[in-house]
Structure formats: C-alpha cells, structure tokens
Design a protein around this ligand. Structure first.
Ligand code: 6PG
Ligand code: NI
Length: 186
C-alpha cells in the first residue's frame, strides 16, 4: 500500500518517530554466530540477554520504488572484547543505501566479499554504501549510537550472506579506542 507525501518527526529524547512504522528489538540471543568469542556470547545471553540495538521505522513500506527510512540505536558495550554491533546484511539485489549519524560515535563496516572499508560515523556524517557492499554498524563510544538509514524499498535484507562470508574485519575495543582485526570465524 503506497503512502501519501508526509513529514515524519524524530523525537530524539523519547526515541520515537511519528507517525511510526514497525519497531525491531535485537537482543544478544538474536546475534548468534556473529561474535568471535562464542562462550562470551553464550554467557551474555544467559546473563540477562541484554538489548543490543533497536530499529524504529517510518511508515513507508518496504516495497519497490518506495524509499523507507529507519533509525537504529546501538547500546554501548562489548562481548569478549568485541564492540556491540548490528547483525549486518547484504541487499540481495545490490542496491545502495545512505546513513546519517545522529548521536554518539559509531563505525560503518563495509565488505564486498574481497575488500573491507571502515567509515567513522559522528553526528552529521553521511555514510554511503554502494551496491554490493554488505554493511554492519558498530558502537565505538560509551553512549548509545544512533543513525538514520535511507534505502530502496525493494532492497531486501540477506543476513545469511554475512554468516557465510563474515565482514572482513572485526571491531574490538582497544586501549586507544577501536582496534580493527582480521576476521576469525566464531
Ligand atoms: C537497512 C539498514 C538498517 C539496518 C539496521 C539494523 O538496510 O534497513 O541497513 O536499517 O537494517 O541498522 O541492522 P541489521 O539489519 O543488520 O540487523
Ligand atoms: Ni542496509
């Protein structure tokens, strides 16, 4: 069902969009097979299964030719030394996407199956994901990291691709901030 022209308000303090569409909450248990340290992940699941990130969406539907938007908020934290992050995905029919940093500090990790790119995201940074680059977001600060995503409605989300191919690099918490290390299977 197409939607009419509209404006959408983001209330940063309340963390809401209005009008709003679906909201998604990803807990630690939803991130199976993604952290390098499987035991640390299991322990975190048993230990309260914390919310790692949430995604609030505008009412624009995910259908071809529409342009949906969402705001992701990743909580600060580490599991086995690895910074909290999104699952990461590839858009199956290889469409581009943009992010806009809203608050906090993050990293945008992109992987095309061969090369890896890391873009630091602060409020006001626009991160561009060209077609064919899988993407994952990481909170590299000590407060929640929020960003706006705008993507083609027909893009689809392929999570299996990242489980199979990884993301090229992992973002660990190092002495001087983020430390990027080669991908090692979980
Ligand atoms: C998208 C965006 C973005 C992303 C969230 C959660 O294509 O919709 O890249 O909204 O979905 O940041 O990340 P995961 O989809 O990888 O869990
Ligand atoms: Ni995407």
């Amino acid at each position: 069902v197409p939607v009419p022209p509209m404006s959408i308000r983001f209330d940063q303090a309340a963390g809401t969009l209005s009008p709003e569409g679906p909201t998604l909450t990803r807990r630690m248990s939803d991130l199976e097979g993604l952290f390098r340290d499987h035991e640390a992940w299991e322990k975190a699941v048993a230990d309260g299964d914390p919310v790692v990130y949430s995604v609030i969406s505008s009412p624009v539907p995910e259908i071809d030719r529409e342009l949906p938007q969402s705001i992701t908020t990743i909580q600060p934290g580490t599991t086995g030394g690895e910074l909290w992050m999104t699952k990461g995905h590839q858009h199956p029919n290889h469409q581009g996407e943009i992010y806009l940093g809203i608050s906090g500090r993050g990293g945008l990790l992109m992987f095309d199956g061969t090369e890896t790119r890391w873009v630091e995201m602060t409020p006001g940074t626009i991160g561009y994901m060209p077609p064919g680059w899988a993407h994952r977001s990481v909170n590299i600060g000590d407060e929640p990291y929020s960003f706006l995503a705008v993507y083609p409605g027909g893009a689809g989300h392929d999570y299996g691709w990242v489980l199979e191919h990884g993301m090229g690099l992992r973002a660990l918490s190092g002495a001087d901030g983020v430390e990027l290390v080669d991908y090692v299977e979980g």
